[in-house]
Design a protein around this ligand. Structure first.
Ligand code: IMP
Ligand code: MG
Length: 413
């Protein structure tokens, strides 16, 4: 089973950090294929210590695991802070356990400025410069880690200075020397990760591809323009790492037991009144990266059906079921009503989504605590029904259910 791709099936914040941490002991590699400092993967260990990963793979917590930051990722300056924080928490990061692709794009100050000025307000971005950095990537004016690594090769320096100038910097030399300084500490980590990963897969190393954000934040598949600027879906792992789909034997979908969204954009099952407030409070739904309150809503099956197809899910990790423990009735959207027709799957254009009227089924709650349950079979009857409903609607087995934020608070088959 060489490669597994793990993807968020909603709008991110499905609790990927915890599940990745749980699965990591079975893998030789944990690799990131897109996104950057906009992501926030929270891991709480068995002692209740919390670790937050942004651009770095969360496999770094395990000494036996090799980690890679693939070409689909964008970052640099925030990685310096993150490296410092993780190191101070006792996490060892060395060229022996981490490699960074030559093709990672650098997020520069003008990206952050542009992000703050423009899309931030409308889209509600994390203001980390993500969109503008990927814009420059597509416009072929971006700077890659490899550009800084190979600066000594003939012609590279002048090419980089030219791109900086085209990005509007008045003093490209000054900007470049700052970038060189920022980059210095990462130099020993830079490698051709395409080669490393393909070699690893050939020798049958097990590789866990750690997706960030979620399916409907994908720049192609998501609720455009209310999306991030990378490919968050399973296909993004191929282009963001340079590995072949023939290595992928498993695609694990992360599904939160309800829906949340941080930032703007359509959200058909959003709770408008006190229910949303209650979910937010019980589920501690606050953005890991920005501290913004997350919008909360009911589980959205039409959305998940689309997600299951786009990603080709082979199994589901259902997270945060315990947040529903005290609910009496739990609304689940099973279809949308749009323009006189019933839809089973989420439509493709955001404007349609704004007009969809969700059709709810109310499932009976279980109204007891589940955080001490370790087997799916031992969940309260109505909780089991909730899990079964998801399996049946998505034709995909749920192999693990999160019942609390701590590492051990998990129920398995
Ligand atoms: P950006 O990725 O900062 O450009 O933000 C674009 C949209 O994606 C905004 O709605 C953000 O709130 C959302 N977003 C970006 N990263 C994450 C994440 O890791 N979790 C949840 N939402 C995210
Ligand atoms: Mg997050």
């Amino acid at each position: 089973m060489p490669a597994t791709v793990l993807v968020g099936c909603q709008w991110g914040d499905e609790g990927k950090g915890k599940i990745i941490d749980l699965l990591t002991p079975r893998y030789d590699w944990v690799v990131r294929y897109q996104g950057g400092p906009n992501a926030g993967h929270t891991v709480r260990d068995e002692h209740g210590n919390t670790y937050i990963f942004h651009a770095f793979p969360s496999g770094l917590r395990y000494p036996h695991v090799k980690n890679a930051i693939g070409n689909g990722v964008a970052d640099l300056s925030e990685m310096r802070e993150e490296m410092k924080t993780l190191s101070s928490r006792g996490i060892k990061i060395t060229p022996d356990n981490l490699c960074i692709s030559t093709n990672v794009h650098v997020i520069m100050s003008h990206h952050i400025e542009r992000d703050k000025l423009r899309s931030a307000k409308k889209i509600g971005t994390t203001e980390r410069g993500i969109g503008p950095a990927y814009e420059d990537k597509a416009a072929r004016t971006g700077i890659k880690f490899g550009d800084l690594y190979f600066l000594g090769y003939p012609g590279v320096r002048s090419e980089v200075l030219d791109r900086l100038e085209r990005n509007g910097y008045e003093n490209p030399n000054e900007v470049l020397s700052q970038l060189e300084k920022d980059f210095e500490q990462f130099k020993p980590f830079v490698r051709d990760t395409v080669e490393d990963l393909n070699d690893a897969l050939k020798r049958r190393d097990r590789v866990l591809c750690e997706g960030a954000q979620g399916t409907f934040l994908d720049v192609d598949m998501g609720t455009y323009p209310f999306v991030t600027s990378s490919n968050t879906t399973a296909g993004g792992a191929m282009t963001g790492l340079g590995i072949s789909p023939r290595y992928v034997k498993e695609v694990i979908g992360l599904v939160k037991a309800y829906t949340t969204r941080v930032g703007n954009g359509p959200f058909p099952t959003e709770f408008k009144l006190e229910t949303g407030e209650r979910y937010r409070k019980v589920g501690v739904e606050v953005g890991t990266t920005t501290g913004r309150p997350r919008r909360c809503g009911a589980l959205d099956i039409p959305m998940l059906r689309r997600s299951a197809e786009i990603n080709g899910l082979t199994s589901i990790a259902l997270t945060k079921l315990d947040v529903l423990d005290q609910e009496k009735g739990i609304p689940v959207c099973t279809r949308y009503f749009l323009d006189g027709a019933m839809l089973d799957r989420m439509p493709s254009h955001y404007s349609q989504l704004e007009h969809c009227i969700p059709q709810f089924e109310i499932l009976t709650g279980w109204q007891e605590k589940t955080d001490n349950i370790r087997k799916i079979a031992d969940l309260p009857e109505n909780a089991k029904k909730y899990v079964k409903k998801i399996e049946k609607e998505l034709h995909t087995p749920v192999f693990v259910v999160g019942v609390g934020s701590r590492r051990q608070e998990i129920a398995v088959r």
